[in-house]
Ligand binder design. Structure first.
Ligand SMILES: Cc1ncc(COP(=O)(O)O)c(C=O)c1O
Length: 379
């Protein structure tokens, strides 16, 4: 095959440039404006549950502002999912607080509720105080066991900040991921379900929290004619140009999600009954993943190969794949942080690959990818 097949490339609707042109024509080339307001309204409508949405410069910024508003500060602990991208946990460290890592459970690959409760009890026993927040992730767009996580959080009265950066459009029990916690986080980075080139959003409970989020995102400027500051703020607002891209992308969001699910269904069909290759799918009818990236586990004993060998061979054959996220409790930067592990995420990391899924992946590409993977895995 001549062309290269990528994991998830940005895909434009064609409407984006009209929104950007309008911003230029009206000189709204600033980090606020009509595109920002309209993009927020469209996202609010999309996620539902009477939430409000604030558009920001990145998903990482959204996590940071969520933590700040939950009062996370120096000396606090925040319970984080270990199996994730570093951006889920790094903002905890920005605050001088300590991420405490929780391993995954097998069905969703996300935060294990059993370990979560054990960890809460143990942290209270060891430090004499409760963790300040719980930060589960809906990894690769697969909803976490968010009902159980929220029930435990409510029992110990600890707020939840949901990282739905990879899960725009995913649902648990018909409700959008990102709307279960006090705060929810979305990312519009270049490789996500939709993109604003770079950007993110914080899903917040109400209008006053929206105002507060905007306050922190614009350098915490107090309402005086001069520049008055009583708190530390940040420059985290989304620009009106990026929001124009976002508005264009909203016109194809449903199509993008449908396409990711379609590609996953093709993989499901193709890998069914193949010994040694397991595709990750919804555990039961309550879970409705957006399948941002499809993922497979390769059993070295049954296939006589391993994920990294397959990755290298696929690369030579024009197919981009990527190892699963390396768990945070195994990262040198977090080596001394407390962690509650059961071996699941480490095993996944040593067996798994993300395979192409985005809007540019055609049915014949899926057939080619499957053929190549099967070819690599024949003993
Ligand atoms: C799970 C997860 N959390 C947070 C982020 C951070 O988002 P951003 O890149 O928009 O800062 C990302 C993606 O990049 C992610 O995959």
């Amino acid at each position: 095959m001549d062309k290269r097949i990528y994991l998830c490339l940005a895909h434009m609707s064609g409407e984006e440039q009209a929104f950007i042109k309008e911003a230029f024509d009206t000189n709204w080339v600033v980090p606020l404006g009509p595109n920002v307001n309209a993009f927020e309204d469209e996202l609010k409508h999309f996620v539902g549950q009477d939430k409000e949405v604030v558009a920001l410069s990145a998903g990482t910024a959204a996590i940071h502002l969520g933590l700040i508003q939950l009062g996370v500060g120096a000396g606090d602990e925040v319970i984080c999912q270990s199996f994730t991208f570093c951006a889920s946990a790094n903002p905890v460290a920005y605050q001088g607080a300590k991420p405490v890592f929780i391993d995954s459970e097998e069905d969703t690959w996300n935060m294990d509720p059993v370990l979560l409760e054990e960890a809460i009890k143990d942290r209270i026993a060891k430090t004499g105080k409760k963790p300040k927040a719980i930060l589960p992730v809906h990894l690769y767009g697969m909803p976490a066991r968010i009902d159980e996580i929220c029930a435990i959080a409510a029992k110990y009265e600890i707020p939840v900040l949901e990282d739905a950066a990879e899960a725009l459009g995913s649902e648990f029990n018909g409700r959008k991921c990102g709307t279960f916690g006090t705060f929810g986080v979305l990312s519009f980075n270049g490789n996500k379900m939709i993109t604003t080139s770079g950007g993110g959003a914080l899903i917040v409970p109400d209008e006053s929290t929206k105002k507060q989020t905007m306050f922190y995102a614009t350098q915490a400027r107090e309402p005086f004619p001069h520049y008055q500051h009583e708190k530390i703020g940040y420059n985290y607002r989304m620009s009106n140009i990026c929001a124009g891209i976002g508005r264009g992308q909203m016109t194809v969001l449903d199509e993008h999600i449908a396409h990711h699910r379609h590609v996953h269904a093709l993989y499901e069909n193709a890998f069914e009954g193949v010994d040694g290759i397991t595709l990750k799918s919804n555990p039961d009818g309550r879970f409705n993943a957006n399948y941002w990236l499809s993922t497979i586990l390769i059993d070295p004993v049954k296939t006589g190969t391993n994920y990294d060998e397959v990755r290298r061979k696929l690369d030579e054959r024009g197919i981009e794949t990527r190892p699963l996220w390396k768990p945070m409790h195994l990262q040198p930067v977090y080596a001394t942080n407390p962690c509650y592990v059961n071996g699941v995420s480490e095993r996944l990391f040593n067996m798994g690959l993300c395979i192409p899924a985005g809007p540019w992946v055609a049915d014949e590409d899926v057939a080619y990818i499957v053929e190549q993977i099967k070819g690599c895995c024949m003993k």
